[in-house]
Design a binder for this molecule. Structure first.
Ligand SMILES: [Zn+2]
Length: 372
């Protein structure tokens, strides 16, 4: 009689490819051979979210649109209570487990420890890890480090030697910069592309993103971009006010060893007529991207107003810094990124176009957005 153990490793890998994260973990803990199969099968996790609210903590690992593993951690006198659910917000679908765990910041240390343990594998690639409200970050990493030591992980000899997660983007929602320490301690630097701080600007009229305003920085010695991103729920107020905003952003001089550019992405096509009216020669950058380039402040500031088949986007950069970003500016084919139904990965499009939904549905785990 044939069974699982008779299958070839290649066939087993094909089966494992169809399994979600929890089934892979369950299979990987049955025997050494299956663990090797699980660890050698690639897995892409589009998003992981860690959020903190007072003593409670949330860990969500998404595998697709509306597909997730959700763990809520709450502090109890005798340990940490974990409530777990899969692909459902219904309280009746939760299962509970009490873990004896006695330490300061117990819930967030445990959540981080689980996240790092599960995700820091060479076969796993994470799209974005998101942090909401996670404070006391340095201490949290030290506590997590102690936990690795306590559980006899002898490879972890110092804070720098903590296992690294292969993640493309780190995102912090409405929290101070100190949390960005995270990527230095637990992210694989060779994979990291962006560290983004996101703010949401609400408005009574629109509940969908209409415009994105970004400041992007490259620091000497770092390969990734550090981005401050504001998602705005109203249409752009006119091109004159956008140019003014960009110009005053360029007035703030970058620090030594930093290169900066600013971007406005118009998601509602409101910039269309402004682009056409602008009395500047058009350059063709790509098959479907044209650009109008002009300068301000006696040539010190460069504006690159782009039109693609998906939308409009404007880059503003110091003339002295333009060369540093030329390749990045010229390779853009869409310009509205995760907000593009046509170009973005379906998960990212779903997540970002519904980003306000969480503020209404899960206020406990989302910081109050900036009011306007
Ligand atoms: Zn697009």
């Amino acid at each position: 009689m044939s069974g699982w153990s008779c299958l070839s490793p290649e066939t087993k890998q094909k089966v494992v490819q169809k399994l979600d994260l929890m089934s892979r973990i369950a299979l990987g803990s049955t025997c050494r051979a299956d663990r090797d199969i699980v660890n050698s099968t690639k897995l892409y996790i589009p998003r992981v979210r860690i959020a903190k609210n007072e003593d409670d903590c949330l860990l969500m690992i998404y595998s697709g649109v509306n597909q997730f593993l959700r763990m809520e951690f709450s502090e109890r006198a005798d340990g940490v209570l974990i409530s777990r659910s899969q692909n459902s917000f219904n309280p009746e679908h939760k299962s509970f487990k009490l873990i004896p765990f006695d330490m300061t910041f117990g819930t967030s240390t445990l959540a981080m420890f689980i996240a790092v343990n599960v995700l820091s594998k060479p076969n796993i690639l994470v799209g974005t890890i998101e942090w909401n409200n996670v404070d006391q970050f340095k201490m949290l990493c030290e506590l997590m480090f102690n936990e690795f030591r306590r559980t006899n992980n002898f490879f972890v000899t110092s804070l720098d030697a903590l296992p690294k997660i292969r993640v493309r983007n780190v995102e912090v929602l409405g929290a101070p910069d100190s949390h960005l320490l995270f990527f230095k301690i637990v992210c694989d630097k060779s994979v990291l592309e962006k560290v983004v701080r996101v703010g949401i600007v609400m408005n009574d009229v629109w509940q969908n993103p209409r415009m994105v305003s970004e400041t992007s920085v490259i620091r000497n010695g770092e390969k990734h971009l550090s981005v401050l991103s504001g998602i705005v729920m109203r249409d752009c107020a006119g091109v004159a006010s956008i140019f003014e905003t960009l110009e005053s952003a360029l007035d703030a001089e970058p620090s030594d060893g930093e290169y900066v550019f600013h971007t406005i992405r118009d998601l509602g096509m409101g910039a269309s007529e402004h682009f056409d009216l602008l009395d500047v020669p058009v350059q063709k950058l790509k098959e479907k991207v044209t650009m109008k380039r002009f300068t301000r402040k006696n040539g010190a500031y460069v504006f690159r107003f782009n039109k693609s088949s998906c939308g409009f986007f404007i880059y503003a950069v110091l003339a002295d810094h333009e060369n540093k970003f030329l390749e990045l500016f010229q390779k853009e084919t869409c310009g509205i990124g995760q907000f593009c139904k046509k170009c973005a990965n379906p998960f990212d499009y779903w997540h970002y176009s519904n980003i306000t939904r969480r503020i209404f549905h899960e206020p406990k785990w989302t910081e109050t957005p900036d009011a306007e």
